[in-house]
Ligand binder design. Structure first.
Ligand SMILES: *[C@@H]1O[C@H](CO)[C@@H](O)[C@H](O)[C@H]1NC(C)=O
Ligand SMILES: *[C@@H]1O[C@H](CO)[C@@H](O)[C@H](O)[C@H]1NC(C)=O
Ligand SMILES: *[C@@H]1O[C@H](CO)[C@@H](O)[C@H](O)[C@H]1NC(C)=O
Length: 443
């Protein structure tokens, strides 16, 4: 076995035994609400914005996120691996979740992010924080906090380039997010709790993980959000510091979500532990491919796509698409995207619209026309998409394809529209990603 792969595997098994977090009600798992930032349940909700504006904004966020992924992944190629630049992580996303920190627990609304590992919140005493409506995390007011020094094993879980040591040997982190956003602070240990219902008050916290490691960020710049509504980020990537890795065996290292359609009044659900296992005869699974140099991202292998009667192949085998919850549209690498869109045009047989609004690349004008069936072929798993997963209705009866070309070589992303009304299960121990069609408003 490759020495580096071995090292990463060793780190993984170490991390899962390090943090066997005890929780009394964990047996069956638990679930929390995921709040779409543009839904009526979100503090960002703005009823005066049209659906079109919302989609355009979402598409814009997708694009900046794609750029950040690419910075991060450029470290995968050897030629850039010597770069001294910090690994850059995406910082924005479409979904929010509530977490409760410390004892007594204090509510935080944070960005849910499967594209990064470190969970962090703004923390006092703050040197530079972005606007926040609620008080900063103050560990001196939490009876359950402990500090970490540089010589602790937990501190070594930070990637080397993102870890440094303070004057009193405190474990410091520095996360840069590609644009001018970053968070710098101290790694600390305290309880993180979840409530099972939306709008729970702090007396109604359901599930507590007493010794969670997260960042107490006291130098934070967040260019994407100056609304004052969020106070940090929950990292659910595949790396050793992510919340899913920390909760470890107590949740069987797995989670699933079910995303409701855009504009729905129900909330999407994120489920941890045994409850997150999806069942039924429509479940299909594909191997999860975690790349050792960048273990954060959930790669799977997309072998091809069937459009109507025609199947096109990517010809790839070792993980060519990232499954992401924070990117709205789906991005396909060139030239595969060109084959795909050519096949869609052939199957629809309609004139392409003249004025194609950015960020789309293909629109047509008849919303009642027959749209061909589209099936994604992941290794071992065929996933039939519905029109709501691939089409967006624009103004003036214009229908646009929610799948666009990735302008960055080597990066394709399955975005969240394509995952709507599917249960999607991430099983890190089982190394598989599973899909099952579902009515997510009924969960
Ligand atoms: C989850 O389910 C599996 C299989 O049913 C069982 O072996 C395991 O003990 C359960 N885990 C927890 C934490 O209850
Ligand atoms: C942790 O560090 C902070 C800042 O230096 C300090 O205020 C706090 O008392 C320390 N907590 C413990 C438990 O030592
Ligand atoms: C959501 O709720 C609002 C107000 O209760 C209602 O007008 C709207 O039709 C609902 N939307 C859906 C998709 O159910």
């Amino acid at each position: 076995m490759d020495a580096l792969v071995f090292f990463i595997l060793a780190l993984f098994s170490l991390s899962s035994t390090l943090f066997i977090i005890e929780a009394s009600k964990i047996q069956s798992g638990f679930s929390v609400d995921l709040i779409h930032r543009d839904s009526p349940m979100s503090p960002f909700y703005n009823p005066s914005m049209s659906k079109l504006d919302l989609i355009r904004n979402a598409a814009f966020r997708s694009k900046t996120r794609l750029t950040r992924f690419s910075h991060s992944l450029s470290l995968l190629s050897n030629e850039n691996f010597q770069s001294t630049e910090s690994i850059i992580k995406p910082n924005n996303g479409d979904y929010l979740m509530r977490i409760y920190i410390g004892t007594p627990p204090v509510e935080k609304l944070a960005i849910f992010d499967t594209g990064s590992d470190l969970t962090w919140v703004q923390c006092s005493p703050c040197i530079n924080c972005f606007a926040q409506d609620t008080p900063l995390y103050d560990r001196t007011k939490s009876s359950s906090h402990t500090n970490l020094t540089c010589d602790t094993q937990s501190c070594t879980l930070l990637p080397k380039k993102q870890q440094f040591c303070g004057k009193s040997q405190e474990c410091l982190y520095s996360y840069h997010y590609g644009d001018k956003s970053f968070s710098v602070g101290e790694l600390v240990v305290d309880s993180i709790s979840f409530g099972s219902n939306s709008g729970v008050d702090v007396n109604n916290v359901d599930m507590t993980f007493p010794k969670s490691i997260f960042g107490c960020g006291y130098y934070n710049i967040f260019t994407a959000d100056n609304s004052g509504k969020t106070s940090g980020l929950v990292g659910l990537g595949a790396g050793p510091l992510s919340l899913v890795s920390q909760l470890g065996h107590s949740i069987g290292r797995k989670f699933s979500y079910c995303l409701v359609p855009f504009g729905s009044n129900s909330t999407s659900k994120l489920t941890f532990g045994n409850q997150s296992t999806i069942t039924g005869n429509e479940v299909v699974s594909t191997p999860l491919i975690i790349k050792s140099l960048e273990p954060t991202f959930y790669f799977v292998n997309l072998e091809g796509i069937t459009i109507g009667q025609k199947t096109i192949q990517t010809g790839q085998i070792d993980g060519n698409i990232i499954i992401d919850s924070g990117t709205t549209l789906t991005y396909l690498e060139q030239p595969f995207f060109d084959d795909f869109v050519t096949s869609v045009k052939e199957a629809i047989g309609l004139e392409e619209a003249v004025d194609i609004p950015s960020p789309f690349h293909y629109c047509f004008e008849d919303p009642n026309s027959m749209f061909p069936s589209i099936v994604l072929h992941f290794t071992g798993a065929n996933v039939p998409l519905q029109p709501k997963n691939v089409l967006l209705l624009e103004e003036n009866n214009l229908v646009c394809l929610a799948i666009v070309p990735s302008n960055i070589a080597g990066i394709s992303i399955l975005g969240n529209l394509a995952q709507i009304d599917f249960q999607v299960e991430y099983d890190l121990d089982g190394k598989k990603l599973s899909f099952a069609p579902s009515d997510c408003t009924k969960n």
